[in-house]
Design a protein around this ligand. Sequence first.
Ligand code: FAD
Length: 356
Amino acid sequence: MAEALGGQLTDVRNQAFDTTSTLKNHLRRGHSLLRAPVPRLYLSATSEADVVAGVKLALDQDLKLALHGSGHHFAATSLPQDGLTIDMSKLKDVYLDENTGIARFQAGLDSMELCKATGPKGWHFRVAHVTSVGIAGYNLGGGQGWGGMAVDQITAMDCVNVWEYPKQELKIVRVDADNHPELFWGLQGAGMMLGVVVAFWGQLQPIPKDGLIRATSAIWPLPLASKAWEAYNHYTGNHQHSPLVERSAAYVTIPGKGPALVFSASDWSTGDDEAARQTDAGSDADGDAKHIAWARDTVQKISHLSRGTFISNVEFSRPEDTRQSFPEGSWARLQAVKAQYDPRTLLQSLSFRTGE
Ligand SMILES: Cc1cc2nc3c(=O)[nH]c(=O)nc-3n(C[C@H](O)[C@H](O)[C@H](O)COP(=O)(O)OP(=O)(O)OC[C@H]3O[C@@H](n4cnc5c(N)ncnc54)[C@H](O)[C@@H]3O)c2cc1C
């Protein structure tokens, strides 16, 4: 089977992983808050044709499919339990028209790699705030990036035509405002549940001469300030043991909007060697249960301040996790897109829960 696919196909159940294997590294060092699910097969694609062949394998064998960009989703959604993961991380080609800023970039790039490919030529794509974030999963969740939403720069996506199989052969087709517009709409936020994207087309913006990026922060209207401040103090107060909590806050006036509270807090305390060592050993002694309980408790305490969830950060532990990431009208529309473009639920379902 591996030979027919071109890329490297691993049967996870039979494989004794060496320490350099991508999957092994993912399971050891992935960003998942949870214990990662384990796929049955793992295909390291080396070409877009490999991706098409991998999709065919999943459809023919009735396997759940997920794509691995850089494995940054906290819920490890790139690893479907007993399914097939196609690792896209070797697909890093970038085409850039230096005169117009129109670019085609493959789904295996991370944010820094894309910046490096376009920045020196004077063009900018709104990549994620952390350099190692995979551009594919990030774009497909909408992409809250440097300078605005990534999807506002995307003009088309090259996708595998899953919805036409087996009536038609699998191939790569253009999805944009004219071709499959409903799928194009859905991919710009609910993409991880709707399509297999091998490359994105975007209209990049010129980098201003005096630079582009200065700062990023969370902003709350003043009427909510005391509650936000309380939650913030609670968060940072609980972490005094760590010398690695970074925090800042300021009252500001936003022109045209009025007074607001701006704050940020980051906890870098989980990177100590001992915790990493224990995680490597797969033991519970790394405190997973404690950290997960703390995160869930905090989410619950501040949920009255929120209007929903963000699909790219959600834990998928509750059926409503996905639904709350979309407005009511969009949710109904998504059901129709899912039914038309992923009729066999090859990718995760709209009511997906971690581990499924
Ligand atoms: C440290 C950190 C910083 C982050 N910063 C930001 C930020 O600034 N802004 C922001 O918006 N988000 C941010 N995120 C969230 C990030 O956008 C998501 O985790 C996103 O899913 C990462 O993309 P990935 O390709 O690495 O995803 P993976 O974990 O590899 O995959 C996530 C999901 O996307 C699907 N997927 C991946 N590639 C494809 C593809 N080619 N076609 C179809 N589906 C695909 C997978 O099947 C899976 O379900 C951050 C996350 C982390 C861990």
